[in-house]
Structures are given as C-alpha cells and as structure tokens.
Design a protein around this ligand. Structure first.
Ligand SMILES: [Ca+2]
Length: 465
C-alpha cells in the first residue's frame, strides 16, 4: 500500500536532519520589524467602526491542540483564545485537502459549485475567475486586505494570484513548500524559492506584524495562512528542544511545529494588544483539513476515524475557534455543527453589512453572542472524487472508499469514531440522506479536473490506533 503524506510528496531531504539547522527563514535569523512594539497607535474612526478581521488558517492541523484534548504539545495561546472565546466541537471544513478547503473559505460557497473539488497541481487549475473572495468583499468596504503565507488557489498567471483576488498585499507562496510548482512571491513578483527553508511560521508572524503595523490606522483583513503543520516538519531550535524527550524524531518535530503555531497565535495576539487593537479584531482559528498522514509515528487525532484525503471525520472535522474580546461570550463550548463556509457570512454580520452573493454559509454571530443554540441549517455536504458524505443532525452518511458498494450510516452522537454502521437499523434515514445528497449533487457541475489521489483506499493507514 502506498502511504500518502501530504498534498504532494516531500522532497527527498525535506524532513531530514538538515532541516533542523537554523538557516534561511527560521525565526531566529530574522530581525524584528522596526515598528514592532509601537504602542502609540493613533485611534482611527474608521477602525473603531469596522472590526479588523484575522483568519489564521492552519494546514493539516487536525485535533492536535490542548483545547481539543491533545497532549502532544503545549498550546496555551490557542487554548486561551478558546477559553476567552468560542470553541466548536463540531467544526468542519468542506474539503479534506488544502486547495478546495481554501476556495470555500474565501468564497463562503461550496467549492463544488465551480468544480473546484480537487487540489490545484497544474496550470488551468485555479479559483474560478468569476468567484468573489472575502478579500474582494472587504476591500470594497474600505479594508486593507493582506495574505501572508500559503495561497494554493492558482500558481502560474498573475490573474490567478492574490492581488487579482481582492488582496492588497501578498507575501507567501502559491502551493506547498514541497510542490514542484511552488513559487514564492511578494505581490506579483516572483522572488525566490523557499523550499529549502521550510520553517516558515516565524517568518509569517513577522510579516503579519508588519502588515498590521502598516494597516493599523484603517480597518484591515489579515489572512494568515500557515504552512504548518503540513510536511515537511521543520521547527526552530527553541521548539525542538522543548520536545527533545519525544522519540522518534518525527514525533518531536510534529510537537515542535504545533508549538510554533501556538506561539504564532500568541505573538499576533500580543501584538494586537500592544496596538490597542484586540477589542476591535475578530479572530478565527481553523485548520484547512484534518491531520495529515505521518509515516512512522502513531498520533491520535481526537479519536476520529480517518485522516486527510478522506471524508471520515478525521479528514474534515477540525479545530474551529472564534475570538472577539468584549463582543462574543467567553468560555463557550458550542456543539452545533459549523463549517468554514460560515466565516464570510459571519464577517459580514460583524460589519452589519450584506452582499449579493449566493453563499452557502450562515451567520454564526447569533450563536457566538448567545442568542440561540441552533442554526437554521439542516445539512452539510461533501463530495470528493468517489467519496461523498452528508450530515443531518447527528446522522452522517458517508462513502469513503472507491470500492465501497454502499455508504455507511453513523450516529455521531454515540459514535464519533465512526465504528458502527447503523444502515440496517435506520434504513429510512439512510435512504433519505442518500436522496438529499443526490439532490444537492445534481445541482453541481462535475469537477473541473481530476485529483489523482481522491479515490485511493487508505483505511489501514488512516486508523487512529
Ligand atoms: Ca491542508
């Protein structure tokens, strides 16, 4: 059986010992922007009226956070966001891999509406040219819009890059660090290859602070799209030393990159506080898909079945945290199912604005403000090659394997690990969900391109135990 590690195979030496040396873009090698620590922010009337928006989108994170029950690494800063904000226990993404998850995040629409079902790996595979992004929407409302980190929605032409999709500012790369088609840009200018410098988290924090400093007197939108914890697993010395007791080395690296993500969130939040911007900034922390496959180490993923590339819960149920000091209730654990499609409608609600887009997400503010316990949404849908799924209430119908003759039916309330197929006990529910999924699917175009890994059977590799 072939084990898949990530969206693309790592370069031969990408996860090697050499990657542990502090070179290039490591956090330790960079000077801090001269404006960092400036506490003399001028209060701006516009900024008072419109909240700043920050989305931290982690890569392949899965449930590797303390606030989601993991003991792998210490994550005090993200746990604090959850403790002082809202933590969703049924947080989902609409895709089990990177690119389509991002397409849906940025548009508030199921990526299948434009056939963006698979990862972008070649020219001609990019965000549909007619899609509006959250950056388009916010830019039109006077926001300065920035992307720091991973794009993965088009690699080659300038009209596919972030500056053509509503972003004023872009520093980062167009794919995974290990992609053969990976490119590193500042704006539309290709700069140089960073694939040999995989410790990007610290770099992206500094770039984010710089963007915030430059934007602090106007409303801003920062999309901090981390490469971590996607392979290659490479962390700085501070984080590596903290987990030196872990064996094998790969487990140490995994814990260290999770720690770096946590520190990144802590650093950004501290920076907002220094600039007196914390209370006027709505923050999301979400992972783009479930935990990736990590050969050689056995990492629990919150007891969820499956991994990235699968529509079992382990591929699509992810950390989902919202923080807005003084605006949403603190210390909330919310069990209502939500999805990354909800980010854009929620942001618009926070702006007390609307947009004429056919969005699939719903506004989460009523939940976050404690005005309701439920959302007016009955179903969530997934389609990924021959895999498909639908969730309605506690029931989930899922076909996760190419060679699976009929889908499974699970009751997630009693069986979060998807171990007991109740198709025979609940045939009427199974057939109803099947019909409802087919009705949704019948409204969609076919995928615009094939993803060569979406029909692979990977059950044994995906088992949490
Ligand atoms: Ca990912």
């Amino acid at each position: 059986m072939i084990l898949l590690l990530a969206c693309n195979p790592p370069l031969p030496d990408a996860d090697s010992e050499a990657a542990d040396s502090d070179i290039g873009y490591g956090e330790d090698s960079l000077s801090v922007h001269p404006n960092d620590g400036d506490t003399t922010s001028i209060e701006n009337e516009l900024a008072d009226e419109k909240p700043n928006i920050i989305i931290v989108y982690a890569d392949d994170m899965g449930y590797q956070l303390g606030c989601y029950g993991s003991e792998l690494a210490e994550t005090p800063h993200i746990d604090s966001l959850a403790r002082h904000g809202a933590r969703f226990t049924n947080g989902y993404v609409s895709a089990c891999v990177c690119s389509p998850s991002r397409a849906a995040l940025l548009t508030g629409r199921y990526q299948q509406r434009t056939g963006h079902d698979g990862n972008t790996t070649a020219n001609g595979q990019e965000l549909d040219e007619n899609e509006q992004t959250i950056a388009d929407v916010l830019k039109a409302r006077g926001y300065r819009t920035g992307l720091v980190g991973k794009w993965h929605l088009g690699h080659f032409e300038s009209n596919q890059l972030p500056l053509s999709k509503g972003f004023d500012y872009f520093i980062g790369n167009t794919g995974n660090i290990t992609d053969e088609i990976h490119h590193y840009y500042k704006g539309n200018e290709k700069v140089k290859d960073i694939s040999s410098h995989p410790r990007t988290t610290g770099r992206w924090v500094l770039e984010s602070k710089k963007f915030i400093n430059e934007s602090k007197d106007e409303p801003f939108f920062l999309y901090l799209s981390l490469h971590a914890i996607h392979t290659p697993l490479a962390a700085n010395k501070r984080a590596m030393n903290k987990y030196s007791h872990y064996k094998p080395k790969r487990k140490q690296r995994l814990a260290a990159v999770v720690d770096e993500v946590d520190k990144a969130v802590g650093d950004i939040m501290e920076h907002l506080r220094k600039l007196s911007l914390e209370e006027n900034t709505l923050v999301f922390f979400i992972s783009d898909n479930g935990l990736g496959r990590l050969k050689g180490i056995n990492i629990d993923n919150g007891g969820l079945r499956g991994r990235k590339w699968q529509l079992f819960e382990g591929g699509i149920r992810i950390p989902y945290i919202v923080y807005w000091k003084g605006k949403i209730l603190p210390n909330q654990t919310i069990n209502e199912p939500v999805i990354q499609l909800d980010v854009l409608p929620t942001v618009l609600s926070a702006l007390e604005d609307s947009v004429s887009l056919a969005m699939d997400g719903v506004d989460l503010l009523p939940l976050l403000e404690g005005n309701t316990d439920t959302l007016e949404r009955e179903r969530l849908y997934w389609r990924f090659g021959s895999q498909y799924a639908i969730r309605k209430g506690n029931y989930k119908l899922v076909k996760a394997f190419a060679d699976q003759e009929t889908p499974y039916l699970f009751d997630l309330e009693d069986d979060i690990s998807e171990t007991k197929d109740i198709s025979e006990e609940k045939p009427e529910i199974k057939s109803a969900l099947q019909m409802e999924w087919e009705e949704w699917n019948s409204q969609l175009p076919p995928p615009r391109w094939e993803d060569h890994r979406w029909n692979i059977t990977m059950e044994k590799a995906s088992e949490p135990k």
